[in-house]
Ligand binder design. Sequence first.
Ligand code: GDD
Ligand code: MN
Length: 389
Amino acid sequence: MPELQEEALLPLSTNRSALRAPANRAPELAVIVPTFNERTNIGELLRRLCAVLEGVAFEIVVVDDDSPDGTAELVRELAAQDPRLRCLVRIGRRGLASACIEGMLSSSAPYLAVIDADLQHDERLLLQMLEILRSGQADLVVASRYLEGPEVAGWAEERRLLSRVGTVLARMWPRLRTLHDPLSGFFAITRTAFEATARRLSGLGFKLLLDILLSAPVPLRIKELPYRFSPRQWGASKLDARVAVEFVLLLIDKILGGRIPPRFVLFAAVGGLGVLVHLGTLVILHEYLAVAFLRAHTLATFVAMTCNFAVNNALTYRDRRLRGVAWLRGWLSFLFICSLGALANVGIAAVVFARGESWPVAALAGILVGAVWNYAVTSVFTWGDRSTP
Ligand code: GDD
Ligand code: MN
């Protein structure tokens, strides 16, 4: 636990630096704090930030994804007493990286820092980060867990391994090779460098730093500072299987240069899996249970579509997952739309084949058109996502 200045323990309203807030000075540093269910931590973090940044013209932007524990209400109460604090609430959205991007875009400060709300990042590094950016030595300062040996306290073995594997994967990119902790969640960047990158960001998952590093039009000048990643004291980590999937999607998106929506890549991969489910079901029904071929094939189609729907609902549309009655309605619309997709698939394949192309080309053309149709139409009608391109 970092040592606290006495002042940091007082409520925000009685914090002396807060009362001396230079309200008419535009902020030089914006500290972006993403939150999801951090009511138990956020007050303490804000007090620590105010204490450590004494004398700096700063603002704090808490970006909360409508946490059910009332994080945003608490931040707003505190913000009512301190103009340097703002709360940005996103409704019906989830995601650490996209929350940080939106927080960063909401500020005009020349320097931007991102820090977790759960007191695992050592906020005392912020001043040093700011000084390095001010001096112009670097565009980006990363607080690195792995600079002086592993500095991660209290992590379970799996989590340690996951972080290691992720770091090794990320460091396969030439421009990341020299960096010790490209997956750090604690860093500061100049607004100029951020803005040059902002439009290319994928905004997926947890790893905004990695996204920035891989999206920057020219390699950034980076400086790393060592720190110790403290154990979380209150609340729970939000890193789960979905976040791991988003990490893989982020890498795919960067490999494809952002040309194909990663959601489509996942949707198509699930479709590929559906073919295996279809064949497996067919073998069981037809070979082992002696169901007539056409009947077995029809049933297998139905099973595969249902399976695809369930997996897409859990993974591809994890942020708009349907449950209960909505699940049933979604499933029916998915079956209907994909049946039309199958018709389009067969129709296109027939036309291409009739034009003298070879059967694999005709089949692939049909599959591609069917997949794009299924993806585009189900995204809007099944999962109600109006933002799909
Ligand atoms: N707005 C928003 N939306 N915030 C989120 C979300 C979300 O969907 N998910 C998590 N957060 C917030 C948490 O409330 C916390 O403040 C911060 O993001 C980090 O989340 P944790 O769940 O505590 O992540 P972690 O401790 O496992 O990992 C963090 O630290 C690592 C080391 O720096 C992340 O920042 C990792 O990306 C990082 O590698
Ligand atoms: Mn954490």
